[in-house]
Design a protein around this ligand. Structure first.
Ligand SMILES: Nc1ncnc2c1ncn2[C@@H]1O[C@H](COP(=O)(O)OP(=O)(O)O)[C@@H](O)[C@H]1O
Ligand SMILES: [Mg+2]
Length: 364
């Protein structure tokens, strides 16, 4: 059972042992038989479960042969599973409730904002979320940039999230739970929704998605101070906002507007991240301030906060975003990755309640 607990149901993202999916284990000498109950008959991910169960059991000393048989849950079993998942989600009424707004929520919500597009907001969101997950936290990523979503590509994740008894199961990538409008739309068609529809989408992302007990929810906001930013701020009054800017003056001025918007919505600005802060030529070792310098510092002063990190220009950061392998995974020790990891460490240390909790034994 211990090794079977390392196998997650790919859709629900929890160990099959906890979900009541292991019906029977029979051991005869070096031969092991496992009977697995699928949540739905003919589950499309059956092969993956079969492979992972076989691998897990084969790792045990003295096991030569693993046989797996599949059955499926009865209606009653499925209903009781969904009731327990729902209870965990912390929302008695999924339609109206948003677990992150409740006073006893232990999830720290981080909203990544910027004045304009193209400054690296999504890049920071993805790498920061993965850096937190690597530190052992349970991390969710909400892509709130409905029109300009790029989180699926940057995480290298695609596919349709599964609906289970009225809940939406987020997709998993690089140790994070991820939800994006990109999972629900045709990639070749643009999302042209306005106010009320956007508000509803964000509401569903918060309330109807089975996030379970997250330590951090990192939200990639659309640029500027439009409808979505306002909606989110209203729904997540306890969120901390991190404002991303490039070092140049112009970007700094628009970012100030985004930061100031928090004054009207109750979110607080937790810091400024200066991105694309200089490029160091690997051949000569000379640093060029391609997008100027000092913008982050001035913005932080204007917002009454501080610069949490300066992320240099590194082409590998872009390559990682394009290939779906974040830089903190592929090159964790280069300066750009270290800068983002340091933000994650700062956020982690401010989460006092987590001090002393056990970290998972294996980290990817
Ligand atoms: N520090 C950096 N060095 C190199 N390329 C970067 C850096 N930050 C972001 N990029 C690239 O710049 C482009 C815009 O970044 P993105 O995160 O999509 O911005 P936003 O979400 O603010 O619109 C992307 O192609 C990204 O890979
Ligand atoms: Mg973006």
């Amino acid at each position: 059972m211990e090794v079977l607990a390392t196998v997650d149901d790919p859709e629900i993202g929890k160990p099959i042992t906890e979900l009541g999916m292991v019906e029977e284990v029979v051991v005869q000498g070096a031969r092991v038989g496992v009977r697995v109950k699928l949540t739905i008959p003919g589950c499309p991910l059956k092969d993956r479960i079969q492979r992972e169960v076989t691998e897990a059991v084969t790792r045990l000393d003295g096991v030569d042969d693993v046989q797996i048989a599949f059955g499926s849950m009865t209606d009653t079993e499925r209903q009781s599973l969904s009731a327990s998942l729902r209870a965990e989600k912390g929302a008695a009424n999924a339609e109206l409730d948003n677990p992150f707004a409740s006073a006893d929520s232990t999830t720290k919500v981080i909203a990544i904002a910027s004045g304009k597009g193209g400054v690296g907001k999504s890049t920071v969101t993805v790498n920061l979320a993965v850096a937190l997950a690597k530190q052992g936290f349970k991390v969710g990523v909400l892509d709130a940039d409905i029109w300009g979503y790029s989180i699926p590509r940057m995480f290298g994740v695609s596919g349709k999230p599964v609906a289970f008894e009225g809940m939406v199961m987020p997709l998993q990538a690089h140790g994070c739970k991820v939800i994006s409008i990109g999972f629900f739309t045709d990639p070749d068609r643009s999302v042209i929704w306005r106010g009320p529809m956007l508000h509803r989408a964000i509401q569903q992302f918060l309330g109807d998605v089975h996030w379970a007990d997250l330590d951090f929810l990192v939200c990639d906001l659309p640029p500027g101070t439009g409808d979505i930013a306002i909606s989110l701020a209203q729904m997540l009054p306890n969120a901390d906002m991190l404002v991303v800017t490039t070092p140049q003056q112009a970007a700094q001025k628009v970012a100030l507007r985004a930061g100031k918007a928090t004054e009207q919505t109750g979110m607080s600005v937790a810091g400024v991240i200066e991105n694309m802060a200089g490029f160091t030529d690997p051949d000569s070792g000379t640093t060029h301030d391609i997008f100027g310098s000092g913008g982050g510092e001035e913005l932080a002063e204007a917002l009454g906060t501080e610069v949490l990190a300066r992320i240099p220009i590194d082409p590998r950061l872009r390559e990682g975003s394009d290939s779906g392998v974040p830089l903190v995974v592929s090159h964790p020790d280069v300066p750009a990755a270290r800068a983002i990891t340091s933000i994650a460490e700062g956020l982690a240390s401010r989460r006092g309640s987590l001090v002393g909790r056990a970290l998972p034994l294996t980290m990817s």
